[in-house]
Design a protein around this ligand. Structure first.
Ligand SMILES: [Zn+2]
Length: 222
């Protein structure tokens, strides 16, 4: 541990940490500057995603509105290799989840999977990093419950009307036992809810009770 701490200290000296929202140099051990910490609003908790299907309401805990500096930081996290942002998102999302549900409510935390091709080219699944972070902050065991079987176009770049058909049938169960378990599904950005809805449908087919949590909620248009 001492070696790890010393290495971390040395790295902070060589590469001073910067605020994940505005890029300003900040003291070691911090993730955001004081100005962003005071100025960026955290949402108050769960919203219910109603994706238009009967019986398909999904309680979803959301940390931020997808806007301004939050939006920029998530884009750098998702497409620009800024993996470390996941730690800050996960710590704050965990606190919000615990505020909404208390401790020991969920059996498993999982994530929206990406295809193996996308994971290979990006090097990581951004939602998995947040989900694993939530697991380590909250103590909820992490498990890959879903697999993506088709390398479809990324939702981020599609119109709202294209998103629903784009995700249809692209996920399947991994084989993890989720029967009668409360599963917390993590995504990075929720926009139309199509991805969450499709993943929830598959998880429910395995007998799970599904809840979701996301770093940010974009303006939804159903
Ligand atoms: Zn800042």
């Amino acid at each position: 541990m001492a070696v790890k701490a010393a290495l971390s200290f040395l790295l902070d000296l060589l590469f001073p940490p910067r605020c994940i929202f505005c890029g300003q140099v900040i003291p070691p051990g911090r993730a955001v500057c004081e100005k962003c910490a005071a100025g960026i609003e955290t949402l108050s908790g769960a919203v219910s995603l109603n994706t238009g299907h009967a019986g398909n309401n999904i309680p979803c805990t959301v940390l931020y509105a997808y806007d301004g500096k939050v939006r920029d930081s998530i884009i750098r996290f998702k497409f620009g290799g800024e993996k470390k942002n996941s730690v800050f998102y996960a710590e704050n999302l965990s606190a919000l989840i615990e505020k909404s549900y208390g401790k020991d409510f969920f059996s498993t935390v999982t994530c929206v999977p990406i295809s193996s091709e996308r994971k290979k080219s990006r090097g990581y699944n951004q939602s998995e990093l947040v989900a694993r972070g939530v697991s380590s902050f909250s103590g909820i065991p992490y498990s890959d419950c879903l697999i993506k079987i088709k390398d479809n176009p990324e939702q981020h770049f599609l119109s709202n009307s294209e998103r629903k058909s784009n995700v249809k049938g692209v996920y399947r169960l991994s084989g993890t036992d989720i029967k009668d378990k409360k599963v917390l599904l993590i995504d990075d950005i929720v926009t139309t809810g199509s991805t969450i809805s499709e993943c929830a449908k598959v998880l429910r087919s395995g007998g799970a009770e599904v809840y979701c949590a996301a770093v940010a909620l974009a303006k939804m248009q159903y």
